[in-house]
Design a protein around this ligand. Structure first.
Ligand code: FAD
Length: 305
């Protein structure tokens, strides 16, 4: 019989300094609060430790970066292979002059918005309402209120599957709506971002408006995964879902938010399967009523129970 993954990894990585744990429940780490365990969960001590880990990771071990889990649906059978979650050593935020911020991938978007305001750098207020961290924002090209991550990126830092530290220019990130073409096997460790110098009070007012908009329009205190589907060209996903008569529609413990139809919520006791089945039923009915094919924005990961 093959040894459990964590034992196999520990055997080939004697100098590992970070935390490597077997069978950690991922439901605790994602907004939906559903899903099975990670076969192995690695929290690197620093960038060198991450590079060492990836350089020695067997080629057959699946690898999945996890941020703050605000755009993730983990299936109930859990996540095979290694999940990598960056912690405090990757959460620094530093104003480096000329309207620029150097940020770690584990820095929460909201903290980046606050740091930018304190430094008098405009262009980051949209992050005040996005509940992820920078790594997820770099991967998803997170955006809101007319600004997206791509607008702020100068360059992005990461470590690839071979353990090589890489720098990607904005062009190399290949940004489109909620998408980056950067290789899937890269774990982003940070970025250099750029805004423009702006009056602190004006930025604060923008952030207040962002917070107020969220409070009024999104179920931000529910167990949700944010926008479930990308807006199809020329359409709003929420409108198509509403027109299909699905506001409040439920499958098991999963429900279409009454407040915002493109948000699914774990209304209590939902499984990952309930949420995914609800999403697929929405796609089917929207296709039936409007002819439009909705594409998942939420990343579904792992295996069914
Ligand atoms: C209430 C609510 C409101 C939201 N509003 C918005 C919004 O206005 N605009 C918007 O764009 N999104 C929104 N979202 C979705 C979500 O917050 C964003 O997509 C966010 O950028 C995800 O970041 P995360 O840290 O939570 O990443 P996760 O959800 O953990 O991961 C998302 C993806 O990024 C990858 N990833 C994470 N970290 C790294 C890393 N270090 N390196 C490489 N890949 C990585 C993961 O593998 C996964 O594919 C909302 C979500 C919620 C719950």
């Amino acid at each position: 019989m093959t040894a459990p993954l964590v034992e196999r990894l520990a055997a080939v990585m004697p100098a590992l300094r970070g935390r490597l744990l077997a069978g950690q429940p991922l439901a605790d780490l994602v907004w939906f609060r559903v899903g099975g365990p990670a076969e192995a969960l690695f929290t690197p001590a620093d960038e060198d430790d991450l590079a060492y880990f990836l350089a020695n990771l067997p080629a057959d071990a699946p690898l999945t970066p996890i941020g703050l889990g605000s755009n993730l649906l983990v299936r109930d059978g859990g996540l095979p292979g290694v999940s990598v979650r960056l912690g405090k050593p990757f959460a620094a935020i530093e104003a480096v002059g000329e309207g620029r911020l150097r940020v770690g991938a584990a820095a929460a978007d909201k903290r980046v918005a606050i740091a930018a305001q304190e430094a008098g750098i405009g262009g980051f207020a949209f992050y005040f309402g996005i509940p992820g961290a920078i790594g997820g924002a770099l991967r998803m090209n997170a955006g809101a209120h007319g600004t997206e991550t791509a607008d702020r990126v100068v360059e992005v830092y990461g470590v690839d599957r071979s353990g090589a530290k890489r720098t990607f220019s904005k062009a190399e990130m290949g940004y489109r709506y909620r998408h980056s073409d950067a290789p899937d096997d890269v774990i982003f460790t940070g970025a250099l971002l750029e805004g423009e110098l702006q009056d602190r009070d004006a930025i604060r007012a923008e952030m207040d408006a962002v917070a107020e908009h969220r409070e009024r329009n999104q179920p931000i205190r529910s167990r949700t995964g944010g926008s479930t589907f990308k807006n199809p060209p020329g359409h709003s996903a929420w409108k198509l879902i509403d027109q299909a008569g699905l506001r409040g529609f439920a499958v098991g413990g999963a429900q279409v938010s009454e407040m915002h139809c493109n948000f699914l919520i774990n209304a209590g006791g939902a499984t990952g399967a309930d949420i995914e089945a609800l999403g697929e039923e929405i796609r089917r009915r929207v296709k039936e009523t409007s002819g439009v094919e909705l594409e998942w924005e939420i990343k579904r990961i792992g295996v069914a129970a």
